[in-house]
Design a binder for this molecule. Sequence first.
Ligand code: NAP
Length: 281
Amino acid sequence: MTTDIANVTLPDGERIPKLGQGTWEMGERASQRAAEIAALREGIALGMTLIDTAEMYGQGSTESLVGEALAGVRDDVFLVSKVYPHNASRRGVQAACERSLKRLKTDRLDLYLLHWRGSEPLEETVAGFEALRQAGKIRHWGVSNFDLDDMEELAAVPHGDACATNQVLYNVARRGPEFDLLPWLKSRSIPAMAYSPVDHARLPKRSPLNEIAAAHGASVFQVALAWVLLQPDVFAIPKAGRAEHVRDNRRAAELQLTADDCAAIDAHFRPPLRKQPLEIL
Ligand code: NAP
């Protein structure tokens, strides 16, 4: 690798890597476990030190796998987990965090997210997050799958302006957030965390990405990821259970898309001209 991975800046000024690693669907099959741990560790060694997980994934088995993968390298990692909406009461969020910490074999999360909006009042969830922060169990908190109206409601509750990020579905084929949500976040210095940055491996079989990939000697996945990484104030968490995919994703951070590449992408995957409700995977 010739260059370091670029950073994004959280609202409090802390800098975190623009390229991390997702973990959804890891830790669910015993036969894959060793390969998945090796993939995560290789990513950490390559500088993809932001790791995203959730209590939902594998009903806790993914967090357990991440805990195992972090043995000896925990302090090198910016660790993110998420709480289920049905656990997001003031007390529930604190109890769920304790369970996550135990599975992850650590004493703190770097970032704790509300996985999606449920029926608990946002005031309650934020109060729980703030109590965790005071206790040193989490360093930052944020949300996921919040559309603009949810973000506006959040900003209006006590301490709601302490939200560090919003993790949303965003990739070359899902550009709705560009119309309103990303500009709103940017205006408040809140970076967006792009989940499914290679569209959960469901990118179209034929598109300009194929020609661009061929021209760069890269794969369509790498081009799609490089495009997300090009977006300002956006960081990405591709999931790769295979080490060769991790290495490919790391190389995508080196890929220099040209203005012509981006124009071809815009002509096919058109930027939104009107509000689109936030998509969820
Ligand atoms: P993704 O990262 O867009 O795609 C993952 C799939 O793409 C896997 O099948 C993976 O294969 C494959 N892949 C990755 N890099 C590749 C490469 N370079 N070449 C070929 N194939 C490649 O989808 P995702 O897992 O849905 O999203 C990423 C992460 O975001 C999740 O793992 C999770 O942490 C988070 N997420 C959050 C939410 C939410 O509601 N907040 C929703 C979805 C996802 P292998 O695994 O076989 O390597």
